[in-house]
Design a protein around this ligand. Structure first.
Ligand code: FAD
Length: 454
């Protein structure tokens, strides 16, 4: 009798990568995806929505040897370019020289991951929506676009079907004491575009993430390989300055000219894009447990959807895959297989949960930094002092952004250290004359003492 397949629900970013990890180990992997094959539907591939990939994500891709392939479609962003209300710009590097986060097209990355998944032997079934899962025996019911249902008997099921996961809902319905929370921000987002110049070049500096921080709202722009930028406006749903308040094209035009004056001339399709593109919501989802015996495991957004302000949702999901694969190395091939898989599922959730909770909280906090603090002189000075001190003492001070973005230190560690650092920096910034003596030996000694005491 042939072994039942290892079923992955959802061929998004995390499901596609996970299926490569499983197929490379020789498992019979079947992936079920609700949508059509985006490689064949021009609309999805053409969409230039992009994401920032950083070290944890690269590590996840490297684990199956595909990082170099993905680098070909990525653009390095070395820092933030902050645009003020007069159109003046200020550049702030993300880390040390040579460190960068990378802009990749979500569609392009997903297509490539699906190609590679198939190349390694995974079979992807499109237009198949997971309706329900029997968690006792890993049997799922999927439904096609004509509502024809198929029952799939799996060896085990990996639910990587995103923030509104059917697998998670099943755990909620079928188990006792399932913890679940969802929290929506009062903000939504809308995607807009800055097209390439006539000669195909970039209309703004290519190697940065552009931010128009306006206190209570912001717009960001990330570069695409075709010379365009995808802009995202993060804006309140309701209120004086909000999506609801911009009722017609004249209001949109006047508002953009007032708050993003340097961007408007670069956005010829602004009014059409604003009218036609949807406003999407921003949700944090936390839940626990993520698994049931050796039959079902949630990973990626299905287990932990977070808001995008640290650029870590996908990176965190790819790190789930890295950790999961390490657990397979640790437990497989040593005794009873069912027990080993139960242990792997249980350990995966125990290792990842505190970290996904930490990055969820950090991501919410970072919204305030991005939309407001980046323009405040005290905040800019704080970042300058931290970078300087970190250069002198890299072993004892790594700024929070670097810990999250350029290392694989646990997110929970980064959160804890970040709080300590903030408390220290409050005292440092309160020192008389700090603006003049921020890089003096006196401040360095003070910080060394405060770190020792913390
Ligand atoms: C505006 C925005 C910007 C972001 N920017 C970044 C960033 O810069 N960096 C970063 O790391 N992260 C970013 N993220 C987060 C990132 O998009 C997610 O964390 C990531 O897509 C999660 O991948 P996933 O595979 O778990 O889920 P998804 O990408 O949502 O994939 C889930 C897949 O499952 C399928 N599916 C859903 N339900 C079913 C079902 N019932 N049956 C079968 N299939 C199903 C879906 O069609 C989809 O293909 C951003 C998110 C948003 C909203």
């Amino acid at each position: 009798m042939t072994e039942k397949p290892y079923v992955v629900m959802g061929a998004g970013l995390v499901g596609s990568l996970l299926s490569i990890y499983l197929a490379k180990r020789g498992y019979n992997v079947e992936v079920y995806e609700r949508r059509d094959d985006m490689r064949k539907t021009a609309i999805s591939v053409g969409k230039s929505i992009n994401l920032a990939l950083s070290d944890r994500g690269w590590k996840g891709l490297q684990g199956v040897g595909i990082a170099d392939e993905i680098k070909k479609i990525a653009i390095a962003m070395n820092g933030r370019m902050v645009h003020d209300i007069e159109g003046k710009t200020n550049f702030f590097p993300y880390g040390k020289e040579g460190q960068a986060i990378y802009s990749v097209s979500r569609g392009g990355l997903n297509c490539l991951l699906m190609d590679l998944a198939e190349k390694h032997g995974s079979k992807i079934h499109f237009n198949q929506r997971c309706k329900s899962i029997s968690i006792k025996d890993a049997t799922a019911v999927v439904e096609d676009t004509a509502h024809k249902e198929t029952t799939v008997a799996a060896q085990r099921i990996f639910s990587t079907d995103g923030a509104f996961s059917a697998g998670r809902l099943q755990l909620q319905l079928s188990t006792d004491r399932f913890e679940y929370s969802q929290h929506y921000l009062d903000y939504g987002y809308k995607e807009l575009v800055i097209p390439p110049l006539k000669d195909g070049g970039f209309a703004m500096e290519k190697h940065c993430l552009h931010i128009w921080a306006r206190g209570t709202f912001m717009m960001i722009a990330l570069p695409n390989i075709d010379g365009s930028f995808t802009c995202t406006l993060f804006f309140p749903f309701e209120g004086k300055e909000s999506f609801a308040a911009l009722k017609d094209s004249d209001m949109v035009s006047a508002f953009f000219k007032r708050v993003f004056p340097d961007a408007v001339p670069l956005m010829p399709t602004l009014l059409d894009d604003f009218a036609n593109n949807p406003v999407s919501s921003l949700v944090t989802v936390k839940c626990y447990p993520w698994s049931h015996s050796d039959k079902l495991l949630l990973l990626g957004d299905a287990a932990h959807a977070i808001v995008p302000f640290f650029g870590q949702g996908m990176n965190c999901g790819f790190e789930d895959c890295t950790v999961f694969d390490q657990l397979l190395d640790t437990y497989l091939g040593k005794g009873n297989e069912e027990e080993a898989w139960t242990k792997i599922f249980d350990e995966a959730q125990k290792l990842r949960k505190p970290n996904s909770d930490a990055i969820a909280d950090l991501a919410v906090a970072n919204f305030i930094e991005m939309r407001d603090l980046v323009t405040h002189p005290d905040f800019i000075l704080q970042k300058k002092i931290e970078a300087h001190f970190s250069k002198l003492h890299p072993d004892i001070w790594l700024p929070l952004y670097s810990m999250v973005t350029f290392t694989d230190l646990p997110y929970s560690h980064a959160l804890k250290q970040g709080k300590k650092q903030d408390a220290i920096m409050k005292k440092v910034l309160a020192t008389q004359g700090i603006t003049e003596k921020w890089d003096s030996p006196e401040v360095e000694q003070m910080m060394l003492k405060l770190v020792k005491e913390s």
